[in-house]
Write a protein that binds this ligand. Sequence first.
Ligand SMILES: Cc1ncc(COP(=O)(O)O)c(C=O)c1O
Length: 406
Amino acid sequence: MTMTTNTTVSNRALAIKPSSTLAITARVRALKAEGRDIIGFGAGEPDFGTPDRVRDAAIDAIRAGMTRYVPVPGTPEAREAVAAKLQNDNDIACTPDQIVISNGGKFSLYLAMQAMLDPGDEVVMATPAWVSYKPMVELAGGTFVEIPTTADSGFLATPQQYADAITPRTRAVILNSPSNPCGTMYDPDAIRGICDAIAPHDRVMLISDEIYERLVYAGRTHLSPASLPSMRDRTITINGLSKAFAATGWRVGYTCAPQPIAKAMARLQSQMTSSVTSFTLPALVTALTECSDDIERMRTAFEARATLMESLVSAWPGVTCPPPMGAFYVFPDISAAFGRTSPGGASITDAGTFAEGLLEETGVAVVPGDDFLGCGPNHVRLSFALDEAAIEAGCGRIAAWLEGLH
Ligand SMILES: Cc1ncc(COP(=O)(O)O)c(C=O)c1O
């Protein structure tokens, strides 16, 4: 008798698309492995190494025997260090029992959604937005409500637009400033305005994804909504090591939430991953307390690249793009290329065929904007997490390719 295996997967799993940004990263890795000359503007991760002090702290912890289970939300020392960082750098009045350390900012966000949302709850966010928010909201049974924005406004929504999007079903608003994929950010007054729009709605929480908080340029300042007294008890602040500390592979993120939500997140985490990897916790403490010069060195490099990108992209024929203000992305509108033919003879009909043609014919990888929602299908995302010579070479190839469209 032959046994058959039932490999049908759940509707939940079927409904989820894989992350398009991670797919591009994998494609670039494969093409490079084949020996192709690829310039990758795809990956959303710094090209720097994690600071030595952070690496050493983890190695020391392993050698000292820190290889066993640790408390679910993190060790007291690590939660203390996160709370101190949020108090000192972000002016957020908080205590260590509001802190939950999780496997990356991504999992912190996932837990926050799971802890807060019930079926039918709406979550409001300006789009284009990072690819994972909508699936996370939907995995928690919620509905993702978009406030569509365009390049003309720097992809920023007004307080009125937030006010108009809030309904009795709204449970949360998500802010991601500076933004992936837009590379733009709200100034402090705009943040205050958005918080004022939320304030009259008691049921509405604010999820503030501040993972790019340290990467801001040209003297701009980031304001954490949780530092505003009116928002303190209704803001969930998410951050992590990945971007500012060039530590994407470490998978360390953290949340500061009102205590009941922090407790619920820890309860969920206890049944899912137990905790982060034990020996990353002393490294997190080192990162938050001893590495401001490393962060500034990387920020300065990104700032120079942002200026370079702005000047190169602004010279591309038929392309419009708000200047980058923070994070390490630009999100140009390339829709003028639709309906045209590439130098190599490919029909450009959308952002996907644009990115595909560009990669095949020039070896330059960009991410089609479709999965970032809103006007994303008219855009591609370029991450400038690569050195200036590669940026110049890659942007030069793109310019020549655009000039050859017919
Ligand atoms: C906007 C945004 N939030 C959160 C994350 C999660 O980062 P990590 O899980 O590496 O901490 C990312 C990563 O790309 C991101 O772009």
